[in-house]
Design a protein around this ligand. Structure first.
Ligand code: KIV
Length: 271
């Protein structure tokens, strides 16, 4: 992979230049080089690895050790893509715990950014992390780590009150210093408004095509998981009419579709 390494400021420049950002989850070295070679700009070492790799029902059991291990596997081979690591469940419940978790994810794991789930209540934590040199990606909308409170994985921000809460949270987190925002499973209209209002890039998953970039769980977009795929995902390895594709070609199709605005389509989106 050639080109200067992707940083949080190059992601901001992509947003201002109108270039959409392609992000995928990635948990190991082999996929890291395939994804990077296919043009993926952000490799998210997501705690979805608990479900995808470990066969757990939720992400709650993922530990900091797991995240450090997989982040190191990915960052060891990534040369250009920005490696972002999820802070696992409750590892950022206090500011001190968050600093300690970021120290390990960035120091031992080699991540260049950490991601945490939650709203304005985390603003001070985000400010503290960024003040000490740890770039932060916020995550709003559906928060998988809160599944035991939510009861089910469902779209968020569908009514006026829910949408206003997400908007207030997004502004508070941006003001606190977040560099990036992942918006998961919210109506496309809300995500589009937020992407236009915020100065930081908004990466959507189940949030429509008007975001500044897209992320999917790698194993979903390669059709590797048994059971029903989420409505917002697409199997890029099984493109009708494309014939047999390599993993690398499928990922390139994803990157092209994100860049052109062809993915997600209306069928993947809640208006
Ligand atoms: O853990 C993960 O894979 C994520 C994505 C769903 C955004 O956080």
């Amino acid at each position: 992979m050639t080109g200067a390494p992707i940083t949080n400021s190059s992601l901001e420049a992509m947003k201002s230049g109108g270039e959409r950002i392609a992000c995928l989850t990635c948990y190991d070295a082999a996929f890291a080089s395939v994804l990077e070679g296919a043009g993926v700009e952000v490799l998210l070492v997501g705690d979805s690895l608990g479900m995808v790799l470990q066969g757990q029902r939720t992400t709650v059991s993922v530990t900091l050790d797991h995240m450090v291990y997989h982040s190191a596997c990915v960052s060891r081979v990534a040369r250009r893509a920005l490696v972002m690591a999820d802070m696992p469940f409750l590892s950022y419940a206090t500011e001190d715990r968050a600093l300690a978790a970021a120290e390990r994810l960035m120091g031992e794991g080699g991540a260049a950014m950490v991601k945490l789930e939650g709203g304005g209540e985390l603003a001070r934590t985000v400010a503290r992390l960024t003040r000490f040199g740890a770039p932060v990606c916020a995550h709003l909308g559906l928060l998988p780590q809160s599944i035991h409170q939510l009861g089910s994985y469902r779209y968020q921000g569908k009514d006026d009150a829910g949408a206003a809460r997400i908007r207030d949270d997004a502004l508070a987190l941006q003001d606190a210093g977040a560099s990036l925002l992942v918006l998961e499973c919210v109506p496309a209209s809300l995500a589009g408004e937020l992407a236009a209002e915020l100065t930081i890039p908004v990466i959507g998953i189940g949030a429509g095509a008007r975001c500044d970039g897209q992320v999917l769980v790698l194993h979903d977009m390669l059709g590797l998981l048994s059971g029903k795929a989420p409505r917002f995902s697409k199997d890029f390895l099984a493109e009708p009419g494309a014939g047999p594709l390599s993993v690398s070609a499928a990922v390139r199709r994803y990157v092209d579709a994100v860049k052109s605005g062809g993915f997600p389509g209306a069928e993947h989106t809640l208006a």
